[in-house]
Design a protein. Structure first.
Length: 208
């Protein structure tokens, strides 16, 4: 029963993290002049528009997964390199901000008296999941492997020749990323970092 409740509380936390991440990509691209995200219905906080079924399933199995990438046409940007960098950093940054907002809400919940302690416990668990999955989205998407946002940040500092050379191996790198995920290597490497950031957030809000 406890496991079932945990999954029920995890679902909205994951969906919120997904919506924050992809909406931020879409919003920044739109601000920079690209109408593609809006035309494709991605300029929304509705998580159903951003779900990748396999990526969502992996969140429950491995705690790490992905959402449906927002398509961007960088030819609309005044400066393509800077535009791509801004769009790429928007997702992880928004999730980091989201994690802090969940931390602030968690602090408020601890300060407010609840008549029903069980209800308070569920709210606390949900907010902790909100922090956890937003931090996971931040850390995981900063990996410099296509199609993650970190690859766009890497491309932004590479020379054009190195950029196009790396693009040739994009599908291979994508498959390698999935393999390392399924083998549990990426979770083992990143969960200590995720835990460190969560501990920092808990410390800032005096939740430890």
């Amino acid at each position: 029963m406890k496991i079932f409740i945990s999954y029920i509380l995890m679902i909205p936390a994951i969906l919120i993290a997904i919506a924050i991440h992809e909406f931020s990509h879409a919003r920044v691209a739109t601000i920079l002049g690209d109408p593609t995200p809006k035309n494709e219905g991605r300029l929304t906080l509705n998580p159903l528009k951003h779900i990748d079924p396999i990526g969502l399933l992996l969140f429950f199995v491995l705690q790490f997964g992905w959402s449906k990438p927002v398509r961007v046409n960088s030819t609309y940007f005044e400066d393509r390199n800077k535009g791509n960098l801004w769009v790429a950093v928007a997702g992880p940054l928004s999730n980091l901000i989201g994690a802090f907002l969940f931390g602030a809400l968690l602090k408020i919940v601890f300060l407010v008296p609840f008549v029903n302690p069980n209800f308070q416990m569920y709210i606390v668990s949900f907010l902790r999941y909100g922090i956890h999955f937003n931090v996971i989205f931040t850390v995981f998407n900063l990996l410099p492997v296509p199609p993650l946002d970190g690859s766009q940040l890497l491309f932004g500092i590479l020379s054009p020749s190195s950029y196009f050379k790396m693009l040739q191996y994009e599908k291979l790198l994508h498959m390698l990323l999935l393999l390392l995920l399924l083998m549990g290597i990426i979770p083992r490497l990143l969960l200590p970092i995720v835990g460190g950031i969560e501990k920092m957030i808990f410390g800032i809000f005096h939740l430890l």
